[in-house]
Design a protein around this ligand. Sequence first.
Ligand code: GUN
Length: 283
Amino acid sequence: MSSIIDGKAVSLAVKEELKARISELAGEGKRIPCLAVIIVGDNPASRSYVRGKIKAAEFVGIDSRLIELPENVQEEVLLGKIAALNADPLVDGILVQLPLPAHICEDRVIDAISVEKDVDGFHPQNVAALWLGRPCIVPCTPKGIIHLIRSTGVEVSGRKAVVVGRSNIVGKPVAKLLLDLNATVTIAHSRTRDLAALTREADILVAAVGRPRMITGDMVKPGAVVIDVGINRTEDGHLVGDVDFESASAVAGWITPVPGGVGPMTIAMLMRNTLEAYKARTL
Ligand code: GUN
């Protein structure tokens, strides 16, 4: 039976630390960091994620601005809002909740956010800097995953890591961060042949494919660290990950639950990125 990696507890510790640092700023009479969140339309999942982000900002003492735009908003209007936030000296971080409606070009929107305020780390300049090993804003979910892996105390250097999924938001950046920790990294995806043989070799297994309970216990190496990034809703309304928790937790050494694993870490790292963006702009 594996140990559970408690993302809720680890993220709370991160947020408590940020709260203390921000209250110090306030105590010194300094300006408070500010995060602007833009949401377009009313996708229930996106609304719920955004609520979580605003609530976390409130908890740590970061000012937040929520900008809600209708589903049919013109791209130009959204780009105009971003330009205004870029120019606003009181705003440190800008996040546009994805996905966007089909009539809006996501790339154009991401490109429009000022690199220094891009707390998601999605801007091509931040992505390039990450891959070049230069200072950058690291995307929140991959950053949270690394924090969780480190919280286990398991050695990463020299170990085999398999990342299942190749998205720009999770799969690719987390692979780079694992590489930076000297893991031997393989990125697997929907065309990978004999996925189970590959995942069974992984000392660290990150599942970020968006397919409910796809990684089963027989695909896990005994003792492995298993990180489940999936948030899938079943027909009866339950949240399940990309990992079949019941069978995988019988084999793994460490495993994240869904919910209460990676999800809360993403939000905690967004708060950390906002404070880091504030510091980079203020100092
Ligand atoms: N949609 C799903 N995950 C994310 C994220 O990390 N950032 C943004 N902006 N949108 C998302």
